[in-house]
Every structure is written in structure tokens, then in C-alpha cells.
Design a protein around this ligand. Structure first.
Ligand code: HEC
Ligand code: HEC
Length: 272
């Protein structure tokens, strides 16, 4: 079964490439539509449901990215793009059982609260990551950039408050040249790189020290202060306040509509 899938995928990428070339030549209809119609016509597996994948990406960024990586290619937890569970899954039935039950003894928590729809959406997102990895060229001409860049720019400057932390002439200049569209979407939803977490540790005496977090767990907390001096305390001897530089991105996940997401991506894509 797995081998068949790989073969199908291999064939599919060849065919998608062919279609992409035809599209460049003909180009009277929206590109993605032609790729999809071509696949259906040939009786191949349907491409992931883009709307579901976009919803799933948000849920994934909140609940899973921390362990499995923003792009699902692994972090603390395993790479899901190469996972046999994900490769064999059709519509969330296998992924769903892992999500609902977890594998607590091996570090994968259970998420019993997800609805069938949320699981389907996450599964479609993971399938879209597999497709993206297997078939970069088709994704370039594919259906990722559907938003309105002007509306995206407005969101960037106003409701999204992106401009408060980023500059399109500074840190985000040419950002679209650094990432493929599908990766750029993953990066702005939940950035894979983060500056250090700012932490303030207050001893029971009332004295406090701030700096960059080195490590925190149930037993101890440690930091480097402004001069680069290392400090460490038993966890129960202090109170700890942390400022996560990505908290704004985390909060944005609750606020974006699908439309905002597509518009922002379309805008960021203008920053070549
Ligand atoms: C706290 C870390 C953590 C979080 C959060 C987490 N996972 Fe996992 N996940 C793991 C670990 C570790 C494994 C490997 C377990 C094992 O060895 O069987 C795993 C395994 C899996 C597998 C099976 C992979 C395979 O091929 O066997 C899937 C699918 C999966 N996770 C999906 C998800 C999804 C979807 C979410 C979010 C809803 C999520 N995980 C959240 C740590 C995590
Ligand atoms: C409160 C500050 C803050 C806000 C608001 C914010 N970001 Fe970020 N963003 C960060 C930080 C911190 C990082 C991670 C490290 C870095 O690239 O500076 C980051 C990373 C990114 C990256 C990855 C950049 C790269 O080079 O890899 C993109 C793209 C991005 N943000 C887009 C956005 C967009 C779009 C918005 C608004 C919808 C937004 N950010 C809002 C702080 C913020």
C-alpha cells in the first residue's frame, strides 16, 4: 500500500509537471483549477482540500507545531511529512486516532476534545505538507496564493498590527524570496525561529532579576542577565514571569479569518 502510494505520487508529480507546463502555455483558466481538473480526469487521488488545509494549519500551529515543527517536518516530536500514519491516512481516520488517544507513554499527548471536522482539517493540512514536499513545482503554480494583496497590506498595517513589530523594508524585505509560498504561510502563522524569551525572576525576598531565559522546568529556572551573567534558582524559591516574543503570533491565530490569512500571504508575496 505504501509503495503504491509512493508510485502514485511519483507518477502524479510527473503528470503535474506536465500539466503545469501546459498551463503556462495555455493559461486561459485559473491555474490551480486546471491542475485539479487534470488530476481528476486521470483518476488520481484528489489534491488536499485547500480550504480545510488552511483551517487545519491554524489548529495545527496552536496544538502541534511546538512538537512536530511549523512545517510538520519534526522538532521535539517526529517528522510527520514522512510518517507512515500520515502517508496511509485518507481523510483523518488514522491521524484522528493518534490525535484522540495520543501515545502518552511516548510523549504524544491525547487531544480528546477535537471534533471530527477539526481532525479532518488537520489531516488535510498534513496531506498538503506531504504534497508540498513531494511536488514543489506543482505547488509553486498551485492554489496557495488566492488572496487580495491590497486587503492583506491593510490588515498588515491596521488590524493585524504586524507593522508594530515588522518592517517591509527591514526584516521582512524580500521575505518572499526566502520562502516558498506554502512555507511562508507556515512561517507567518507560527514562526520557526524565535528570539530568546525574556524572563523576570523574583525571589521571596522581593529582589528580582531579568534576562534571557536559559531553561525552565518543574525543578529549576535559569537565565542570563544583561551582563551575560548566569543565574539559577530552584523553581519553588521564586516567581517567574515570562514574555514570549511570539505571543503576538499565537494570539493572531485566534483572530485571523481564512480570508485574512490568504490576503496577508498575497501581500507578503509582493515582497520579493
Ligand atoms: C508534547 C509534544 C507533542 C504534541 C503537542 C503533539 N505531538 Fe504528535 N507526537 C509526539 C511524539 C513524541 C510522537 C511519537 C510517539 C511514538 O514514538 O509513537 C508523536 C506522534 C504523532 C503521530 C504518529 C506519527 C507516526 O508515524 O507514528 C501523529 C500522526 C501525530 N503525532 C500528530 C500530532 C498532531 C496532529 C498533533 C496536534 C493536534 C500532535 N501530534 C501534537 C509529540 C507531540
Ligand atoms: C509583537 C510583535 C509581533 C507582531 C505583532 C507580529 N510579529 Fe511576526 N514575528 C515576530 C517575532 C518575534 C518573530 C520571530 C523572529 C523574527 O523573525 O524576528 C516573527 C516572525 C515573523 C515572520 C518570519 C520572518 C522570517 O524571516 O523568518 C513573518 C513572515 C512574520 N513574523 C509576519 C508577521 C505578520 C504578517 C504579522 C501580522 C499579521 C506579524 N508578523 C505580527 C513578532 C511579531
Amino acid at each position: 500500500m505504501l509503495r503504491m502510494r509512493f508510485v502514485a505520487r511519483f507518477v502524479r508529480s510527473g503528470i503535474a509537471l506536465l500539466f503545469s507546463v501546459l498551463i503556462v502555455l495555455s493559461a486561459q483558466k485559473p491555474k490551480s483549477q486546471q491542475v485539479e481538473r487534470g488530476r481528476e480526469f486521470l483518476g488520481l487521488a484528489p489534491p488536499p482540500d485547500a480550504a480545510a488545509a488552511a483551517r487545519g494549519e491554524k489548529t495545527y500551529a496552536q496544538a502541534c507545531a511546538f512538537c512536530h515543527g511549523v512545517k510538520a517536518n519534526g522538532a521535539e516530536g517526529p517528522n510527520l511529512v514522512r510518517s507512515t500514519v500520515v502517508l496511509h491516512d485518507e481523510k483523518g481516520e488514522m491521524i484522528g486516532s493518534v490525535i484522540r488517544n495520543g501515545r502518552p507513554e511516548r510523549g504524544m499527548p491525547a487531544f480528546p476534545g477535537f471534533t471530527a471536522e477539526q481532525i479532518y482539517d488537520i489531516a488535510e493540512f498534513l496531506h498538503s505538507r506531504v504534497e508540498a514536499a513531494a511536488n514543489r513545482y506543482a505547488y509553486k503554480v498551485g492554489n496557495v496564493i488566492t488572496g487580495d494583496s491590497k486587503a492583506g497590506e491593510k490588515f498588515f498595517q491596521t488590524a493585524g498590527r504586524c507593522a508594530g513589530c515588522h518592517s517591509t523594508r527591514g526584516d521582512l524585505a524580500h521575505v518572499a524570496a526566502r520562502y516558498e509560498p506554502v512555507d511562508l504561510q507556515a512561517e507567518f502563522l507560527y514562526p520557526s525561529k524565535s528570539p530568546p524569551i525574556e524572563v523576570t525572576v523574583t525571589e521571596h525576598s522581593g529582589q528580582s532579576i531579568s534576562g534571557k531565559l536559559k531553561r525552565i522546568d518543574d525543578f529549576s529556572v535559569s537565565l542570563w542577565d544583561q551582563d551575560g551573567t548566569y543565574h539559577s534558582w530552584p523553581r519553588d524559591a521564586v516567581t517567574v514571569v515570562m514574555k514570549d516574543p511570539l505571543s503576538a503570533h499565537r494570539e493572531l491565530l485566534d483572530r485571523y479569518t481564512n480570508e485574512d490569512m490568504h490576503n496577508v500571504l498575497a501581500y507578503l508575496e509582493t515582497l520579493k
